[in-house]
Write a protein that binds this ligand. Structure first.
Ligand code: SF4
Length: 393
């Protein structure tokens, strides 16, 4: 063994059960682990601020969203104090987005840490080492970067060059694959990749896939949708970031997915809110999704350089707690109301309910009584279930 390598994922404010969630897996650290193993080093992965029983020769600390930078700096300061002379490398989304910021660079200099922007070639070439995490799926990037330049997105700033792969079949080790591509369909070799997945078997079993990001509906064709279905891609999500008046385009994309064999309730529309379109317009978009019978994957906008996010859906808050896009008339209550509406509507879509009620959701009212209740006039329903809420009302 040559060197002890300490890989640190700060404790970000995610629910503890999310540690191995596909959205928070420290893939860059798993790649670094893999790379160092080829050098005969001993990598160790830790979460947050812990006391190690060894003296590391090299430390890597990853960062995530800019609004979780406090956790990143707390962790970095902790390890710098614990190991004053050990080289520390930092990277990840926040580090990449703030790389040119002079205050950020001053902090790095003060703590004597080396910042890395974007991906590092030698690590990128290494496959993530899943022996450090307890998951039954694997992450694959069939491309890096994105050809588009959406204003709210940091992808094209962190990874300015779009780099597609022709093939991924030799990377697949598990029966569940989550694609981390930012724009999967923009890959010119996507048909080839989907065909590989159709035929692929791991341990004698077929492979199921999912895309973490929304599919770029503008690139969706019936041929591609059929290949996605045949390649066992589950829960397709289409992005609808534009205004309500563009609903016909989204309608066409949903019809393509339906025609390819997807159930409408398994399709989601990715929607950014607390952004360019006001609450009233977002409500029109929400109701349209209800009409279509598809779910919504909502995403609350935080600007790319937002430095904090203490959003709490249960209490009243201000923009001192989290970012509220006031320019378009968003307020704390509108943000929370929209989120709540989405949640209730998704429950209705998944269960085939005409209305939502927390009593129904918590099964205080048995599902068998639902059909009796639903045949009553809405005023009568309201007497039995005062919180009854209709998505299209
Ligand atoms: S298409 Fe998606 S990944 Fe590409 S720039 Fe727009 S939001 Fe970002």
């Amino acid at each position: 063994m040559n060197q002890n390598i300490l890989l640190v994922q700060p404790k970000f404010p995610t629910p503890s059960k999310s540690l191995n969630h596909k959205d928070f897996l420290p893939i860059p650290l798993l790649k670094i682990a893999s790379y160092h193993k080829t050098l005969n080093d001993a990598p160790h992965l830790v979460h947050g601020k812990v006391n190690t029983d060894f003296e590391p020769d090299l430390i890597y600390i990853t960062s995530l969203f800019t609004y979780w930078q406090k956790e990143f700096w707390d962790t970095t300061e902790y390890y710098r104090t614990l190991f004053p002379n050990t080289p520390i490398n930092v990277g990840g989304i926040y580090v990449s987005l703030f790389f040119e910021n002079s205050e950020f660079q001053e902090k790095c200099a003060k703590l004597n840490v080396t910042a890395n922007k974007g991906t590092v070639e030698k690590f990128e070439k290494s496959a993530p080492d899943y022996s450090f995490v307890d998951v039954d799926y694997q992450i694959i990037h069939a491309s890096r970067g994105c050809k588009r330049h959406c204003t709210f997105c940091g992808v094209w700033k962190i990874e300015p060059e779009f780099k597609p792969k022709k093939s991924i079949k030799n990377e697949v080790l598990k029966n569940k694959v989550v694609f981390y591509d930012n724009n999967l369909l923009a890959n010119p070799f996507i048909e080839n990749i989907l065909k590989e997945l159709i035929d692929l078997k791991v341990n004698g079993k077929v492979v199921k896939s999912e895309s973490q990001s929304g599919l770029d509906g503008r690139l969706l064709t019936l041929k591609l949708a059929k290949l996605l279905k045949k390649a066992r891609f589950i829960n397709p999500r289409i992005a609808w970031d534009g205004p309500f008046k563009e609903w016909k385009k989204v309608d066409k994309q949903i019809k393509i997915l339906s025609k390819a064999g997807y159930n409408r309730k398994d399709i989601s529309i990715f929607m950014i809110f607390n952004w360019e379109h006001n609450f009233e317009e977002m409500e029109l978009k929400r109701k349209k999704c209800y009409e279509w019978g598809v779910q919504i994957a909502d995403c609350r906008n935080r600007p790319l350089h937002q430095e904090f996010d203490n959003y709490n859906g249960r209490i009243k808050q201000t923009n001192k707690d989290y970012y509220i896009h006031k320019i378009q008339g968003w307020t704390d209550s509108k943000v929370k109301k929209f989120r709540k509406n989405i949640r209730r509507q998704n429950i209705c879509i998944r269960n085939g309910y005409d209305f939502h009620s927390s009593k129904l959701e918590r099964k205080v009212i048995p599902k068998s009584d639902y059909h009796t209740i639903t045949s009553m006039p809405s005023l009568e329903i309201k007497k039995i279930l005062p919180d009854a809420w209709w998505p299209d009302f």
